[in-house]
Design a protein around this ligand. Structure first.
Ligand SMILES: N[C@@H](CCC[C@H](N)C(=O)O)C(=O)O
Length: 250
């Protein structure tokens, strides 16, 4: 059995498609393991769907299921198009709802589900946090500079709110974001729904307009835009390699 390895703005994923729908929490842990497996932030499994181009199962590296993953949605769209599973403009079903994506060479755009503000008044560690759902929950605080990200604080907030934790700053016209991810239980190099949540708060507070360039910890640049009720995330996706597994796991 062959699986694909993808990189999308700093998040990395193992992806395969199958007809067999079942729980794969253990397989996600095995494949995502950085030393013993392929190594990734998440596992994405594509399955056929009668109404949409496909549906997916998304697992974090620790085997937990997540309803949505912004960068994962872009990687999944690239995988589906390049393997003839979907046209270049596609719709697919995630735990958070239907995602629309468009593949243009290595540039992939995903339209996320409409963001929802859950709480605007969380005071912690001398910052005001918003809890925003962009498919999965994200705590967002704006700071002057993102150079230092206190992971001890992030771990405490992640535990308390069962959410991903982001700090954001506008530096030189760019939105810079750092994210501590639930299910990876560490800072990752990027997080699509996290960047979208920061953009949404910035937009709601009048700090940013309806379109901005965003830079996660990886240093890879993306574009975020507001389109009606929804947010779009656009940037490069790379298929880095395929890995041949010794045994079939379906
Ligand atoms: N990296 C993803 C988000 C993946 C899910 C998240 N770790 C959670 O459990 O909420 C993204 O690009 O959005």
């Amino acid at each position: 059995m062959t699986v694909a390895k993808y990189s999308a703005s700093g998040n990395d994923f193992v992806i395969f498609h199958t007809f067999v729908k079942k729980e794969r929490n253990g397989l996600a842990q095995t494949l995502c393991h950085r030393q013993e497996g392929v190594g990734a932030d998440g596992l994405i499994v594509l399955l056929p769907h009668e109404r949409y181009d496909f549906e997916w199962q998304f697992y974090n590296a620790d085997g937990s299921v997540a309803a949505m993953c912004g960068n994962g949605s872009r990687a999944a769209a690239h995988y589906a198009f390049s393997r003839g599973l979907a046209p270049n403009r596609m719709r697919f079903l995630t735990g958070a709802g239907v995602i629309e994506a468009e593949v243009d060479g290595s540039i992939v755009t995903s339209e996320l589900t409409p963001p929802q503000i859950i709480d605007k008044n969380i005071e912690a560690f001398e910052k005001t946090w918003w809890l925003v759902d962009t498919g999965v929950p994200h705590l967002v605080a704006f700071v002057d500079k993102v150079d230092s990200f206190d992971l001890r604080e992030a771990r405490e907030l992640r535990r308390q709110y069962d959410a991903n934790v982001n700090i954001a700053a506008i530096e030189g016209g760019l939105l810079r974001v750092r994210t501590y991810e639930r299910g990876v239980e560490n800072e990752t190099l990027a997080c699509g729904t996290g960047m979208a949540a920061c953009f949404y708060r910035g937009n709601q507070e009048g700090k940013v307009g309806d379109c901005i360039a965003v830079m996660p910890a990886s240093g890879e640049r993306l574009e975020l835009a507001k389109k009606g009720d929804t947010l779009t995330l656009k940037g490069e996706v790379r298929h880095t390699f395929d890995a041949m597994m010794e045994r079939d796991f379906d």
